[in-house]
Design a protein around this ligand. Structure first.
Ligand code: B3K
Ligand code: ZN
Length: 847
């Protein structure tokens, strides 16, 4: 329901709760529309607390009865919760409420998904289950009794007892309510075991719907790999007798790290070669690791308040990327992460939704599960590690776990651990948490008398939350390459702390070519006119070699778009040699072939002082790809043949890399043969990577109809595969057809728009189709707005998240801006618009 004046919550107003919670007993009597929840909670007044108001959060609850120490009480109820007079000594609070899981389409709290009960409590969903101090700094042990349907009945912690239609669970680890979970339904378990480094035998289970049993093995292996890795690399063993994962069809995000009972979007855990792409497998492995790693970074040590969200999310993303780098290829992972950062975090940091890694205010916390908190939060930790070094990082993390286990912490606690472990003053570094905006680093160079000089100037554009940014500590990894291509100086870390700073490198025989920001050592925009063609040929740093290719492509595209010049032969020739270089990992070569995103190019054009034209960007990108394809057309068939995997399918790095490169070549071949090879690949495909990639090429070549029908007939009963069918048609549509294609799909019988995966597959794909979404006639804007208005009353979280499609609106021409503005008005003036969506639209419009 719309809040008349949505309340803003400020970090500076933090005050501890006036009571400790000693233990929580919950009894659930499950029924689809009338579930009864009885809570028995032991509260102990905190005599040190300034405010001892007894306020319990509660939303959409029907209170049946409330008692204190067995005596009925009459609390004062509001839309947000209740207050009650309570004794000035420890007491037991008992309350019975009724809730409606079947009517809960927002998918927050306890809800039904295809007949299965499940929960999502982070950030503030527990208050939709019972009255409780629903804040992360209130931690308690939980005992849960479920009386429910036959089948599987799960909650957090260890199983205590069970019978026909009931089960009891106890979680001995004190936890905040956002980590509570319950699942009940007809499920099948895929089981395994793991013995921890402490000798604890853990029963592992992955629970799925009947029919999905064949899609569990990969996820289970990823879980065991994660458990081993966290022991080996961070010394963190698992701490319960069971670890359960459940796959759910209707879920607002990827997965949730509830203690001992992770709940996953089915798309983030179910995998089989026939139905999942290599990309799906890699994502699943990473998400399983991420949620598992939260057991220590998030659950054992949690956040004091939601402003500290990056404490657990930035760190856990950093840990899961280390894991993927170890399991697969480190350079490929780093490049993929930077592609993602530039595609999602940079636009956020450079637009009206910019906020610091630790925000200082919010209206709806669910709107802050952003790329800035997660991905920039992880980059900040990567920089910290670079600055202090690997050994000191390990020492600091040991101290963090030792000092703060069982606590709800802040960023100050986190940085203090590093200060104490290393003796380093991190007060300036802390600005990375406090300031919004992507810093720019400009470089100029000079060479005289054998001494080479690099001058760096940093500046961060002001934003609404950071009007006056101060200089940051920026670690810049630099190497120098001699004119003959040999390394004149291996990588060094330069520490920028001032607005402007100079570094000198003496005793050089000739002016070197600098390789700056190796490994993308800081999340900044680098302004440097480097010799990219030279670096593409000679850089020893795999990231910067890729970056050189990317920069050459970007410059070529910018010149085509702004000056009408032909594609740059330096890029074409450089990429052709990379493609031919069999010493390079095929996965890396596939990344080398990629071009900057079209939205990223739009940002670049705006930075250069022009107004981006999405159609011109689309044409330039296609022209450049065509030019490469034309140039090496004779070589393509043999190259393609050389990168076909003949061994049985495995989703490992080596095979995925072969397929990624093979499919990158296929898209160049399609530009020559109009889709013949793609059709052959489609017909022969025995795995989803090959099938989907062939289908994409066929659609692009304008001959996808038969394959699309075949695909639909083959996969109509597999909802996850059908999400791909919806998404791909929009992604591969020509710009003028994208909105019409999406609109037609929304009329398809299988378009269940209340399922977030299907909604995102279709409308999310439109929002991500730069030229299609920004089609001149405004059809993309109107269609998305229509659907956001439709979805908002049903699922505010998913609606609000997709509003960010409009965040870059000020980049475009006056006509597009006015069309978008009209749509934003239309959304904003919808009666009863959710708090989530209201906040997003207001922020997008105002800045
Ligand atoms: N912690 C959850 C995200 C919860 C999102 C709430 N809107 C998943 C994760 O980051 O691991
Ligand atoms: Zn997380």
């Amino acid at each position: 329901m719309r809040d008349a004046s949505p309340q803003t919550i400020y970090l500076k107003d933090y005050a501890p709760f006036g009571f400790a919670v000693q233990d929580v007993h919950l009894t659930f009597d499950l029924a689809p529309s009338a579930t009864r929840v009885t809570a028995r909670i032991r509260f102990v007044p905190d005599r040190a607390a300034a405010d001892r108001t007894f306020f319990l959060h509660g939303e959409n609850l029907s209170l049946i009865s409330a008692k204190i120490d067995g005596e009925s009480v009459k609390p004062t109820l509001t839309d947000e919760g209740l207050t009650c007079d309570v004794p000035d000594m420890p007491f037991t609070w008992e309350a019975e409420v009724q809730i409606d899981p079947a009517g809960n389409t927002a998918l927050e709290g306890l809800y039904l998904s295809n007949g299965m009960y499940c929960t999502q409590c982070e950030a503030e969903g527990f208050r939709k289950i019972t009255y409780y101090p629903d804040r992360p700094d209130v931690m308690s042990t939980f005992t849960v009794r479920i009386n429910g349907p036959h089948g599987t009945l799960l909650s957090n912690g260890n199983p205590v007892a069970a019978g026909d239609g009931w089960a009891e669970w106890h979680d001995p680890w004190p936890k905040p309510a956002y980590l509570f979970a319950l699942v009940a339904g007809e499920l099948i378990a895929h089981r395994d075991t793991f013995t921890t480094m402490e000798g604890r035998k853990v029963d592992l289970a992955l629970y799925v719907r009947p029919g999905d049993e064949g899609k569990c093995a990969f996820g289970m292996q990823a879980l065991k790999d994660s458990m081993v890795w966290d022991e080996k690399v961070y010394g963190r063993p698992y701490d319960l007798d069971v670890f359960n994962i459940v796959a759910v069809d209707d879920f607002n995000m990827g997965a949730m790290e509830n203690k001992g009972l992770n709940i996953f979007n089915a798309s983030a855990v179910l995998a089989s070669p026939e139905t999942s792409t290599d990309g799906n497998f890699e994502r699943i492995e990473a998400i399983i690791a991420h949620e598992y790693f939260h057991n220590w970074t998030g659950n054992r040590i949690t956040c004091r308040d939601w402003f500290q969200l990056c404490l657990k999310e930035g760190l856990t993303v950093f840990r899961d990327s280390q894991f993927t780098a170890d399991m697969r290829s480190a350079p490929v992972k780093r490049i993929s992460d930077v592609i993602d950062l530039r595609a999602r975090q940079f636009p956020e940091d450079q637009g009206p939704l910019a906020h610091p890694v630790r925000p200082e205010s919010f209206q709806e916390i669910n709107n802050f599960y952003t790329a800035t908190i997660y991905e920039k939060g992880a980059e900040v930790i990567a920089m910290l590690k670079t600055l202090v070094g690997d050994d000191a990082y390990a020492k600091a993390l040991d101290l963090y776990f030792e000092r703060h286990d069982g606590q709800a912490c802040t960023i100050e606690d986190w940085l203090k651990v590093f200060e104490d472990a290393t003796g380093r003053d991190l007060s300036q570094f802390q600005r990375w948490y406090a300031q919004a905006g992507t810093p720019h680093v400009a470089v100029s160079e000079a060479f005289a008398d054998g001494t080479y000089t690099l001058e760096f100037t940093q500046s961060t554009p002001p934003s609404a939350t950071t009007p006056d940014p101060a200089p940051l500590v920026i670690p810049i990894a630099v190497g120098l390459i001699a004119p003959d291509g040999s390394e004149a100086m291996p990588t060094q870390i330069l520490e920028l702390t001032q607005a402007s700073q100079t570094f000198t490198f003496p005793s050089l025989n000739a002016k070197p070519v600098p390789s700056i920001l190796r490994g993308f050592s800081a999340p900044v925009v680098l302004d440097h006119d480097a010799d990219h063609a030279f670096l593409l040929a000679h850089d020893t740093d795999p990231f910067n070699r890729w970056e050189a290719a990317r920069s050459l492509a970007r410059t070529s595209l910018m010149n085509t778009i702004l000056k009408g010049t032909a594609p740059d032969p330096a890029w074409i020739n450089g990429i052709a040699s990379v493609m031919r270089d069999d010493t390079l990992d095929p996965a890396y070569r596939a990344l080398m072939l990629g071009l900057p995103g079209q939205s990223e190019l739009a940002a670049e054009i705006q930075r250069a002082g022009h107004i981006p034209d999405p159609d011109a960007i689309w044409v330039a990108v296609n022209t450049l790809k065509q030019a490469l394809s034309d140039k090496i057309s004779d070589e393509l068939p043999a190259m393609y043949a050389a990168y076909q995997v003949t061994a049985p399918y495995a989703p490992d790095a080596a095979q995925s890399g072969m397929r990624a490169f093979g499919n990158a070549i296929l898209s160049l071949i399609t530009r020559q043969d109009g889709g013949d090879q793609a059709q052959a690949q489609y017909d022969a495909a025995d795995n989803m990577t090959q099938q989907l990639s062939a289908l994409a090429n066929l659609i692009r070549a304008g001959r996808g109809d038969a394959a699309l029908s075949q695909f639909e007939a083959q996969w109509k009963d597999d909802r996850l595969v059908m999400d791909k069918w919806y998404g791909l048609q929009v992604m591969e549509a020509k710009p003028d057809d994208a909105a019409d294609t999406a609109k037609a799909l929304t009329k398809h019988a299988g378009f269940n728009w209340k399922n977030p995966n299907r909604f995102r597959a279709t409308l999310g794909a439109l929002a991500a189709h730069h030229a299609g979404f920004h089609a001149k006639d405004g059809s993309g804007y109107a269609l998305l707005a229509d659907w956001l208005i439709t979805l908002d009353p049903v699922n505010p979280q998913t609606t609000a998240r997709m509003c960010s499609a409009f965040q870059t609106w000020r980049r475009y021409d006056a006509i597009r801006q006015s069309m978008i503005s009209k749509e934003l008005d239309r959304i904003a003036s919808t009666p009863d618009l959710s708090r989530d969506t209201t906040e997003m639209i207001t922020r997008i419009r105002e800045a």
